[in-house]
Design a protein around this ligand. Structure first.
Ligand code: SF4
Length: 369
């Protein structure tokens, strides 16, 4: 049985039936009441990919970098109820003070990309890489990774990156070592390295399940080793979506996230982080039309909040991120009502031995962003 299945059972047992019988209005009123009661002892960060029913109650809305920073600056918040996914709650736990409690309203809110790199696979791959290239590699990990992977990276002198600072972090990494191992998203790694002028021929892919490299060139030429992971949402945009749109609506601008594949990023008009996407749409000329290649909750919200522009999804059949969507109003209310009763449910804690090194990786990033 998969871990997520186990968590599902646990979570469904934990969430009492009455939450499915309450109306949206009743739940919203209770959330407001509890928030008012706790004041600044309670802080609710909300990721841009969260549903409207949840994001409306967030005290701060942001991408993972912004939320990580904000959580580290909230010493008065005794409880941080994180509306996002598991790795974000882990990061919040690592950047907050002892005694502050981080809660994930539904433990099933994981991230399929983060799950594509586990620590045993990483140790195995690293050993193989050391045999080939010796001490010439600096590991970097996208923040969309488990605390254990961040710990691995910190232990080896590397850093975390987000989509908004990936370029800057890669530039820094090349001042430290000759080569980079980029975990766990091959697309962000490839797109960023290519932007820095590294040709595709100098990028090898490490396939952790097969424990082998996907690379046909000379190993001596390799500058970037890409972990074979991806985001299941952003991989659903393909070159046909772009070609169809170009044929039918040549005036529509195409803006995608760098978690999309290399060919999609190359064929788009613009690409950039979640913050870049939001700012570009906010600052666009009224009357312009945009097709966006990113998560659906965010695209729908951009369309609603920018009625003077036309905003559509690059893939009209895309669904929202399933795991982000696990955080819903019933789970948010349940975790808050438990707090009101003096009980902390679904607390996320990172062990001290992992935290010690993972924080080093996070701090390397935060001081350069
Ligand atoms: Fe993970 Fe992709 Fe969902 Fe983000 S959108 S949480 S990277 S699966």
């Amino acid at each position: 049985m998969e871990v997520l299945d186990l968590l599902e059972i646990e979570s469904e047992v934990s969430l009492p039936k009455r939450y499915s019988q309450l109306s949206v209005e009743e739940m919203a009123a209770r959330v407001k009441e509890i928030k008012a009661k706790f004041g600044n002892r309670l802080f609710i960060p909300g990721h841009h990919y969260q549903k409207d029913e949840v994001i409306q109650f967030s005290d701060a809305r942001g991408d993972s970098l912004k939320l990580a920073r904000i959580c580290s600056q909230m010493p008065e918040a005794e409880f941080i109820v994180f509306c996002g996914v598991h790795f974000m709650a882990e990061t919040a736990d690592m950047l907050t003070k002892p005694g502050q409690k981080v809660i994930l309203p539904d433990l099933r809110a994981g991230c399929s990309m983060a799950d594509m790199a586990d620590i045993d696979q990483t140790e195995t791959g690293w050993k193989k890489m050391q045999e080939i290239w010796g001490d010439t590699i600096l590991p970097l990990t996208y923040v969309n990774s488990t605390a254990a992977i961040k710990g691995f990276v910190g232990k080896h002198g590397g850093a975390t990156v987000t989509s908004s600072n990936a370029k800057k972090m890669l530039e820094w990494a090349f001042t430290q070592k000759e080569r980079i191992l980029f975990l766990p998203d091959q697309h962000l790694g490839r797109n960023t390295a290519y932007d820095l002028g590294i040709p595709l021929e100098q990028m090898a892919v490490w396939a952790p399940l097969e424990e082998r490299f996907e690379y046909a060139g000379d190993f001596e030429d390799v500058k970037v080793i890409l972990w074979k992971g991806h985001c299941s949402v952003h991989e659903k945009f393909n070159i046909n979506h772009i070609q169809n749109l170009r044929d039918k609506e040549p005036d529509t601008k195409i803006l995608v996230h760098p978690e999309c594949t290399y060919d999609v990023v190359q064929a788009s008009d613009l690409n950039g982080s979640t913050s870049f996407i939001i700012e570009t749409i906010e600052q666009a000329e009224p009357g312009t039309r945009w097709a966006i290649g990113t998560e659906m909750n965010l695209v729908n919200r951009l369309a609603a909040e920018n009625p003077d522009k036309e905003v559509i999804s690059l893939n009209p059949f895309l669904c929202p991120c399933l795991t982000m969507n696990r955080i819903d109003l019933p789970h948010l209310l349940w975790s808050l009502e438990k707090l009101e009763q003096g009980e902390v449910v679904n607390q996320i804690t990172v062990s001290q031995d992992v935290k010690e090194y993972a924080v080093l990786a996070l701090e390397q990033m935060l001081k350069r962003s």
